[in-house]
Write a protein that binds this ligand. Structure first.
Ligand code: NCD
Length: 326
Protein backbone atom coordinates (compact mmCIF):
# COMPACT_ATOMS: atom_id res chain seq x y z
CA UNK A 1 0.00 0.00 0.00
CA UNK A 2 1.41 3.44 -0.93
CA UNK A 3 1.64 6.31 1.55
CA UNK A 4 -1.12 8.05 -0.39
CA UNK A 5 -3.43 5.02 -0.24
CA UNK A 6 -2.84 4.74 3.50
CA UNK A 7 -3.70 8.43 3.96
CA UNK A 8 -6.82 8.05 1.78
CA UNK A 9 -8.00 5.06 3.88
CA UNK A 10 -7.57 6.93 7.14
CA UNK A 11 -9.41 9.93 5.72
CA UNK A 12 -12.29 7.74 4.51
CA UNK A 13 -12.57 6.27 8.05
CA UNK A 14 -12.68 9.70 9.64
CA UNK A 15 -15.09 11.31 7.20
CA UNK A 16 -18.38 12.34 8.81
CA UNK A 17 -21.15 14.14 6.86
CA UNK A 18 -21.58 17.80 7.76
CA UNK A 19 -24.48 18.29 10.21
CA UNK A 20 -26.08 21.16 8.23
CA UNK A 21 -26.64 21.85 4.52
CA UNK A 22 -24.46 25.01 4.73
CA UNK A 23 -21.58 26.23 6.89
CA UNK A 24 -22.59 29.78 7.72
CA UNK A 25 -21.59 30.21 11.36
CA UNK A 26 -19.69 28.45 14.14
CA UNK A 27 -23.06 27.60 15.69
CA UNK A 28 -23.75 25.20 12.80
CA UNK A 29 -21.29 22.83 14.50
CA UNK A 30 -21.65 20.79 17.68
CA UNK A 31 -18.89 19.52 20.01
CA UNK A 32 -18.73 15.85 18.92
CA UNK A 33 -18.76 16.85 15.26
CA UNK A 34 -16.03 19.45 15.85
CA UNK A 35 -13.82 16.73 17.35
CA UNK A 36 -14.33 14.47 14.34
CA UNK A 37 -13.72 17.38 11.98
CA UNK A 38 -10.44 18.16 13.78
CA UNK A 39 -9.37 14.50 13.56
CA UNK A 40 -10.13 14.56 9.85
CA UNK A 41 -8.21 17.82 9.46
CA UNK A 42 -5.22 16.24 11.27
CA UNK A 43 -5.16 13.56 8.55
CA UNK A 44 -5.20 16.27 5.91
CA UNK A 45 -2.23 17.97 7.61
CA UNK A 46 -0.28 14.70 7.24
CA UNK A 47 -1.38 14.36 3.63
CA UNK A 48 -0.39 17.97 2.84
CA UNK A 49 3.12 17.28 4.14
CA UNK A 50 3.61 14.42 1.69
CA UNK A 51 5.07 15.04 -1.76
CA UNK A 52 2.01 13.61 -3.53
CA UNK A 53 -1.06 15.13 -1.97
CA UNK A 54 -3.99 14.98 -4.32
CA UNK A 55 -6.99 12.79 -3.54
CA UNK A 56 -10.10 12.18 -5.61
CA UNK A 57 -12.62 12.60 -2.82
CA UNK A 58 -14.28 15.52 -4.63
CA UNK A 59 -13.74 14.30 -8.17
CA UNK A 60 -16.59 15.45 -10.39
CA UNK A 61 -17.62 18.18 -7.95
CA UNK A 62 -17.43 21.89 -8.76
CA UNK A 63 -16.38 24.35 -6.08
CA UNK A 64 -16.89 28.06 -6.80
CA UNK A 65 -15.06 30.71 -4.82
CA UNK A 66 -16.93 34.00 -4.89
CA UNK A 67 -15.01 36.80 -3.20
CA UNK A 68 -16.65 40.22 -3.13
CA UNK A 69 -13.90 41.47 -0.79
CA UNK A 70 -10.17 41.32 -1.29
CA UNK A 71 -8.49 38.29 0.19
CA UNK A 72 -5.19 36.56 -0.28
CA UNK A 73 -4.91 33.76 2.22
CA UNK A 74 -8.56 32.75 2.56
CA UNK A 75 -9.29 32.53 -1.17
CA UNK A 76 -6.03 30.75 -1.99
CA UNK A 77 -6.50 28.43 0.98
CA UNK A 78 -9.98 27.38 -0.21
CA UNK A 79 -8.70 27.02 -3.76
CA UNK A 80 -5.81 24.79 -2.74
CA UNK A 81 -8.08 22.79 -0.41
CA UNK A 82 -10.59 22.08 -3.18
CA UNK A 83 -7.85 21.19 -5.68
CA UNK A 84 -6.14 18.80 -3.24
CA UNK A 85 -9.46 16.96 -3.00
CA UNK A 86 -9.68 16.67 -6.77
CA UNK A 87 -12.57 19.11 -7.34
CA UNK A 88 -12.97 21.44 -10.30
CA UNK A 89 -12.43 24.92 -8.91
CA UNK A 90 -13.45 28.31 -10.22
CA UNK A 91 -12.29 31.39 -8.31
CA UNK A 92 -14.07 34.63 -9.05
CA UNK A 93 -12.77 37.84 -7.53
CA UNK A 94 -15.59 40.36 -7.70
CA UNK A 95 -14.77 43.99 -7.11
CA UNK A 96 -16.84 45.08 -4.14
CA UNK A 97 -16.74 48.71 -5.29
CA UNK A 98 -18.50 47.94 -8.55
CA UNK A 99 -21.50 46.16 -7.08
CA UNK A 100 -24.70 47.50 -5.63
CA UNK A 101 -24.58 45.16 -2.68
CA UNK A 102 -27.83 43.19 -2.05
CA UNK A 103 -29.23 43.25 -5.56
CA UNK A 104 -26.04 42.20 -7.32
CA UNK A 105 -25.33 39.51 -4.77
CA UNK A 106 -28.63 37.77 -5.50
CA UNK A 107 -28.32 38.24 -9.26
CA UNK A 108 -24.83 36.76 -9.17
CA UNK A 109 -25.94 33.87 -6.99
CA UNK A 110 -28.83 32.95 -9.26
CA UNK A 111 -26.59 33.10 -12.33
CA UNK A 112 -23.91 30.94 -10.75
CA UNK A 113 -26.48 28.51 -9.41
CA UNK A 114 -27.62 27.85 -12.98
CA UNK A 115 -24.11 26.53 -13.67
CA UNK A 116 -24.75 23.82 -11.05
CA UNK A 117 -21.85 24.18 -8.63
CA UNK A 118 -21.83 21.78 -5.68
CA UNK A 119 -20.23 24.12 -3.16
CA UNK A 120 -20.14 27.92 -3.21
CA UNK A 121 -17.56 29.63 -0.99
CA UNK A 122 -18.56 33.24 -0.38
CA UNK A 123 -16.93 36.29 1.10
CA UNK A 124 -18.91 39.52 1.22
CA UNK A 125 -18.71 42.85 3.03
CA UNK A 126 -22.30 42.67 4.27
CA UNK A 127 -23.18 40.74 7.42
CA UNK A 128 -25.72 38.04 6.57
CA UNK A 129 -24.74 37.87 2.88
CA UNK A 130 -23.80 34.18 2.97
CA UNK A 131 -27.06 33.23 4.71
CA UNK A 132 -29.08 35.24 2.19
CA UNK A 133 -27.30 33.58 -0.67
CA UNK A 134 -27.82 30.11 0.79
CA UNK A 135 -31.57 30.66 0.47
CA UNK A 136 -31.28 31.41 -3.25
CA UNK A 137 -29.08 28.56 -4.45
CA UNK A 138 -29.36 24.80 -4.66
CA UNK A 139 -25.79 24.04 -3.55
CA UNK A 140 -23.93 24.05 -0.24
CA UNK A 141 -22.71 27.51 0.85
CA UNK A 142 -19.61 28.11 2.97
CA UNK A 143 -19.26 31.51 4.61
CA UNK A 144 -15.69 32.73 4.07
CA UNK A 145 -16.40 35.96 5.96
CA UNK A 146 -19.53 38.14 5.92
CA UNK A 147 -19.04 41.73 7.07
CA UNK A 148 -18.38 41.83 10.78
CA UNK A 149 -20.57 38.80 11.42
CA UNK A 150 -18.79 35.42 11.12
CA UNK A 151 -15.79 33.67 9.56
CA UNK A 152 -16.34 30.11 10.78
CA UNK A 153 -13.53 28.33 8.89
CA UNK A 154 -11.06 30.78 10.47
CA UNK A 155 -12.29 29.76 13.93
CA UNK A 156 -11.98 26.11 12.93
CA UNK A 157 -8.39 26.51 11.72
CA UNK A 158 -7.55 28.45 14.88
CA UNK A 159 -8.99 25.62 16.95
CA UNK A 160 -6.98 23.07 14.97
CA UNK A 161 -3.78 25.08 15.53
CA UNK A 162 -4.53 25.32 19.26
CA UNK A 163 -5.35 21.65 19.68
CA UNK A 164 -2.08 20.71 17.97
CA UNK A 165 -0.10 23.16 20.13
CA UNK A 166 -1.74 22.39 23.48
CA UNK A 167 -3.24 18.91 23.02
CA UNK A 168 -6.61 20.01 24.39
CA UNK A 169 -8.49 23.28 24.17
CA UNK A 170 -10.82 22.72 27.12
CA UNK A 171 -9.59 24.72 30.10
CA UNK A 172 -7.38 27.10 28.09
CA UNK A 173 -7.79 30.82 28.68
CA UNK A 174 -7.74 32.66 25.37
CA UNK A 175 -7.53 36.45 25.08
CA UNK A 176 -8.87 37.99 21.88
CA UNK A 177 -7.37 41.46 21.66
CA UNK A 178 -7.85 44.68 19.74
CA UNK A 179 -10.47 45.60 17.18
CA UNK A 180 -13.25 43.28 18.30
CA UNK A 181 -16.05 45.56 17.11
CA UNK A 182 -15.25 45.06 13.42
CA UNK A 183 -14.10 41.46 13.65
CA UNK A 184 -15.94 38.44 12.28
CA UNK A 185 -12.93 36.37 13.39
CA UNK A 186 -13.61 37.36 17.01
CA UNK A 187 -17.31 36.44 16.80
CA UNK A 188 -16.68 33.01 15.28
CA UNK A 189 -13.85 32.29 17.70
CA UNK A 190 -15.86 33.26 20.76
CA UNK A 191 -18.62 30.89 19.67
CA UNK A 192 -16.38 27.95 18.79
CA UNK A 193 -13.86 28.25 21.62
CA UNK A 194 -16.66 28.56 24.19
CA UNK A 195 -18.44 25.56 22.65
CA UNK A 196 -15.24 23.52 23.09
CA UNK A 197 -14.73 24.51 26.73
CA UNK A 198 -12.13 27.28 26.54
CA UNK A 199 -12.49 30.48 28.58
CA UNK A 200 -12.49 33.53 26.31
CA UNK A 201 -11.59 37.07 27.27
CA UNK A 202 -12.00 40.15 25.12
CA UNK A 203 -9.44 42.93 25.53
CA UNK A 204 -9.52 46.28 23.78
CA UNK A 205 -10.27 49.98 24.05
CA UNK A 206 -13.94 50.81 24.79
CA UNK A 207 -14.32 52.26 21.26
CA UNK A 208 -13.38 48.90 19.73
CA UNK A 209 -15.26 46.49 22.01
CA UNK A 210 -18.99 46.26 21.21
CA UNK A 211 -21.26 47.49 23.98
CA UNK A 212 -23.05 44.14 24.25
CA UNK A 213 -19.81 42.08 24.43
CA UNK A 214 -20.47 41.11 28.05
CA UNK A 215 -23.46 39.16 26.74
CA UNK A 216 -21.16 37.03 24.53
CA UNK A 217 -20.30 34.99 27.62
CA UNK A 218 -16.76 36.46 27.85
CA UNK A 219 -14.98 38.58 30.38
CA UNK A 220 -14.22 42.04 28.98
CA UNK A 221 -11.08 44.03 29.83
CA UNK A 222 -10.03 47.51 28.81
CA UNK A 223 -6.47 47.10 30.05
CA UNK A 224 -3.90 44.75 28.50
CA UNK A 225 -2.00 44.02 31.71
CA UNK A 226 -5.13 43.01 33.62
CA UNK A 227 -6.63 41.11 30.69
CA UNK A 228 -3.51 39.12 29.80
CA UNK A 229 -2.80 37.93 33.35
CA UNK A 230 -3.43 34.16 33.41
CA UNK A 231 -3.88 33.75 29.62
CA UNK A 232 -2.48 30.77 27.69
CA UNK A 233 -3.20 32.22 24.26
CA UNK A 234 -3.08 35.78 22.96
CA UNK A 235 -4.99 36.20 19.73
CA UNK A 236 -4.34 39.59 18.15
CA UNK A 237 -6.73 41.16 15.64
CA UNK A 238 -6.02 43.54 12.82
CA UNK A 239 -7.06 47.14 13.31
CA UNK A 240 -9.71 47.19 10.56
CA UNK A 241 -9.37 50.81 9.49
CA UNK A 242 -11.41 50.17 6.33
CA UNK A 243 -14.48 49.32 8.44
CA UNK A 244 -14.27 52.38 10.68
CA UNK A 245 -16.61 55.29 9.94
CA UNK A 246 -14.74 57.79 12.07
CA UNK A 247 -11.57 57.95 14.11
CA UNK A 248 -11.93 55.29 16.80
CA UNK A 249 -8.25 55.37 17.71
CA UNK A 250 -6.16 58.53 18.20
CA UNK A 251 -3.24 57.31 16.05
CA UNK A 252 -1.67 53.98 15.16
CA UNK A 253 1.44 54.88 17.18
CA UNK A 254 -0.64 55.60 20.24
CA UNK A 255 -2.58 52.37 19.60
CA UNK A 256 0.59 50.30 19.56
CA UNK A 257 1.72 51.82 22.84
CA UNK A 258 -1.41 50.69 24.69
CA UNK A 259 -2.70 47.72 22.68
CA UNK A 260 0.10 46.48 20.43
CA UNK A 261 1.58 43.11 21.47
CA UNK A 262 5.31 43.23 22.14
CA UNK A 263 7.58 41.18 24.41
CA UNK A 264 6.82 43.35 27.40
CA UNK A 265 3.07 42.89 27.18
CA UNK A 266 3.35 39.20 26.27
CA UNK A 267 5.25 38.69 29.54
CA UNK A 268 2.00 39.61 31.39
CA UNK A 269 0.41 36.39 30.06
CA UNK A 270 1.26 32.90 31.37
CA UNK A 271 4.75 31.53 30.79
CA UNK A 272 4.66 29.56 27.53
CA UNK A 273 1.70 31.56 26.17
CA UNK A 274 1.27 31.31 22.39
CA UNK A 275 0.45 34.15 20.00
CA UNK A 276 -2.02 34.05 17.12
CA UNK A 277 -3.15 36.44 14.38
CA UNK A 278 -5.52 35.64 11.48
CA UNK A 279 -3.58 37.90 9.13
CA UNK A 280 -3.04 40.15 7.37
CA UNK A 281 -0.94 41.76 10.11
CA UNK A 282 -0.28 45.45 10.60
CA UNK A 283 3.23 45.12 11.98
CA UNK A 284 4.01 47.81 14.52
CA UNK A 285 0.30 48.60 14.95
CA UNK A 286 -1.34 45.65 16.72
CA UNK A 287 1.72 43.38 16.84
CA UNK A 288 5.48 43.76 16.96
CA UNK A 289 7.51 41.78 14.39
CA UNK A 290 9.76 40.54 17.16
CA UNK A 291 6.83 38.55 18.64
CA UNK A 292 5.07 37.70 15.36
CA UNK A 293 8.17 36.12 13.84
CA UNK A 294 9.39 34.21 16.89
CA UNK A 295 8.41 30.64 16.10
CA UNK A 296 8.79 29.56 19.72
CA UNK A 297 5.75 31.67 20.65
CA UNK A 298 3.97 32.52 17.40
CA UNK A 299 1.44 30.14 15.82
CA UNK A 300 0.80 32.50 12.90
CA UNK A 301 2.49 30.34 10.26
CA UNK A 302 0.80 27.21 11.68
CA UNK A 303 -2.54 28.97 11.29
CA UNK A 304 -1.91 29.40 7.57
CA UNK A 305 -0.92 25.75 7.17
CA UNK A 306 -3.91 24.57 9.24
CA UNK A 307 -6.19 26.74 7.10
CA UNK A 308 -5.78 24.43 4.11
CA UNK A 309 -6.33 21.26 6.17
CA UNK A 310 -9.35 22.66 8.04
CA UNK A 311 -10.96 23.78 4.77
CA UNK A 312 -10.28 20.38 3.19
CA UNK A 313 -12.11 18.82 6.14
CA UNK A 314 -15.09 21.16 5.69
CA UNK A 315 -15.32 20.63 1.92
CA UNK A 316 -14.98 16.84 2.25
CA UNK A 317 -17.58 16.69 4.97
CA UNK A 318 -20.07 18.90 3.06
CA UNK A 319 -19.53 16.74 0.00
CA UNK A 320 -20.21 13.59 2.05
CA UNK A 321 -23.52 15.15 3.12
CA UNK A 322 -24.38 15.93 -0.52
CA UNK A 323 -23.62 12.31 -1.35
CA UNK A 324 -25.99 11.15 1.36
CA UNK A 325 -28.71 13.47 0.05
CA UNK A 326 -28.29 12.31 -3.57
C1 NCD B 1 -9.60 38.09 8.49
C2 NCD B 1 -10.84 38.45 7.73
O1 NCD B 1 -10.81 38.67 6.53
O2 NCD B 1 -11.86 38.53 8.39
N1 NCD B 1 -8.53 37.64 7.72
C3 NCD B 1 -8.51 36.43 7.14
O3 NCD B 1 -9.52 35.81 6.87
N2 NCD B 1 -7.31 35.89 6.90
C4 NCD B 1 -9.18 39.13 9.43
C5 NCD B 1 -8.83 40.48 8.89
O4 NCD B 1 -9.13 40.83 7.77
O5 NCD B 1 -8.25 41.23 9.68
Amino acid sequence: MTQLDAAADLIADRLVPFPKPHFLAAGDLNPPFVLSLLDLADSFVDLNRQSTKQLDLLRGRTVMNLFFENSTRTSSSFEIAAKRLGADVVTMPVQASSVKKGETLIDTAVTLNAMKPDILVVRHGASGAAALLSQKVGCAVVNAGDGRHEHPTQALLDLLSLRRAFGDVGGLTVAICGDIAHSRVARSNVALLSMMGARVRLIGPPTLVPGDADRWGCEVFHDMREGLAGCDVVMMLRLQLERMDGALVPSTREYFRFWGLDREKLAWANAGARVMHPGPMNRGVEIDSDVADDLTVSLIQDQVEMGVAARMAVLASLSARLEGAA
